[in-house]
Design a binder for this molecule. Structure first.
Ligand code: CTP
Ligand code: MG
Length: 388
């Protein structure tokens, strides 16, 4: 089957320039591993029939379990170990793709998660005319060559310059010839087209969007997270506690002077509890009753700000971060407004937000109901969470 189109995804790099705790392809992007995002784009590209993932040697099982199996990526047909250089990893992936019967090979960096699925079909169509085609974007900035001392040596003609991306698509025989020649000569290029050019292949440039950038530095990761920011979600929370003499009154982590305080299993910080529920709701993680059961003596008298920190950690483990919080306290007395700055600062610090992203409001109920009779206080909160 010479016409079978198989994608090879090199994902065996170290991510040195990003400098994360793990190689960048395993970091979270919009609640999913970055590699998973890339594989989702390939899954959606109708022109591709199978995908080979090249992962760090020894990480095959982990890659399957954490990035592929949970996400229904039915096109992934093989996960193979990579090599020391990108080109070695690509060669390993190409060998596996040939075994799968590839007639056309589509090389696509794991580190380009934002490639639009339609780009694969366009590059493939161009390659089918010349034998090779690559996605690339015309240089938007002027490009200069520097000398060793950091002085400008030359200004290049911008209209001729293209910044090369992936996918890069090749006819099977042409790519195999190019890889074999490079291996024989010990030659390394930074992209596969570079190898094909050396053996005389004609490589067509296909317009790729600037959004198909490679995640290389921490700024790139922040940019990609920003572009996916539309996936932010909101949740609401509510809580109420009874007022009793002899109890402390703790609101948003700040203790207030008052003749009565709130009764509860923990410190009964009603604002912080509503905020926690709103955060958990936004992330689809249930509520604080499930996370910190009343029956658990570990939470007796607990500092609710410490519980809030645990909620933020739980969100992080699921790929979310707090983005904005707004809470309203219903209380007949005392006056809350003078304490807003301290309360906002305390919540913001625990949430990892700026105080401006945490709003507090308070209202009496004009003497009505349990709040008006000063039998208790209640709080409402809305939270927005964004992918990490
Ligand atoms: N890659 C690979 N095997 C290698 C090196 C890189 O499969 N030995 C992959 C990376 O995982 C990435 C793609 O090739 O998906 C592009 O490489 P690059 O952006 O340079 O990623 P890293 O090599 O991981 O990053 P750095 O160069 O900063 O270490
Ligand atoms: Mg690299």
């Amino acid at each position: 089957m010479q016409s079978k189109v198989v994608a090879v995804v090199p994902a065996a790099g170290f991510g040195t320039r990003l400098g994360g705790a793990r190689p960048k392809q395993f970091l979270s992007l919009g609640g999913r591993p970055l590699l998973t995002r890339t594989l989702m784009a390939l899954e959606a590209a109708a022109a591709l029939s199978a995908v080979v993932v090249v992962c760090p040697p020894g990480a095959e099982d982990e890659t399957r379990e954490s990035c592929i199996a949970p996400y229904g990526l039915s096109k992934v047909a093989a996960v193979v170990p990579g090599g020391a250089q990108r080109q070695d990893s690509v060669a390993a992936g190409v060998a596996a793709a040939i075994e799968l019967g590839a007639g056309w090979l589509v090389i696509h960096d794991a580190a380009r998660p934002l490639a639009p699925p339609e780009l694969f079909a366009r590059v493939l169509a161009a390659a089918q005319e010349t034998g090779a085609a690559i996605a690339a974007a015309p240089a938007a900035d002027t490009v200069k060559r520097s000398d060793a001392g950091g002085l400008v040596a030359a200004t290049l003609e911008r209209s001729e310059l293209w910044l090369v991306q992936t996918p890069q698509v090749f006819e099977r025989g042409l790519l195999l010839r190019a890889l074999a020649a490079a291996q024989e000569e010990g030659y390394y290029a930074t992209d596969e087209a570079g190898l094909v050019e050396r053996v005389g292949g004609k490589v067509r440039l296909v317009m790729g969007g600037r959004d198909n950038f490679k995640i290389t530095t921490p700024e790139d990761l922040a940019l990609a997270r920003g572009l996916l920011g539309g996936e932010a979600r909101v949740g609401q929370g509510f809580d109420a506690h009874r007022l009793e003499p002899g109890r402390r009154l703790v609101l948003a982590g700040v203790e207030l002077e008052h003749e009565v305080g709130l009764l509860g299993h923990s410190d009964a910080d009603v604002i912080t509890h509503a905020v926690m529920d709103a955060l958990l709701a936004a992330a689809g993680l249930g509520d604080i009753g499930q996370m910190f059961p009343d029956s658990d003596p570990a939470f007796a008298g607990a500092d609710s700000i410490a519980l809030l920190r645990a909620v933020v950690e739980r969100l992080a483990a699921e790929g979310w971060r707090p983005a904005q919080v707004s809470a309203t306290l219903l209380a007949q007395a005392p006056k809350i407004a003078p304490h807003y700055p301290a309360m906002r600062a305390r919540l913001a610090e625990a949430l990892g937000l700026a105080p401006g992203e945490v709003n507090l409001a308070a209202s009496t109920t004009e003497g009505l109901g349990f709040v008006g009779r000063q039998e208790g206080m209640a709080a409402l909160a809305t939270a927005r969470v964004a992918p990490r």
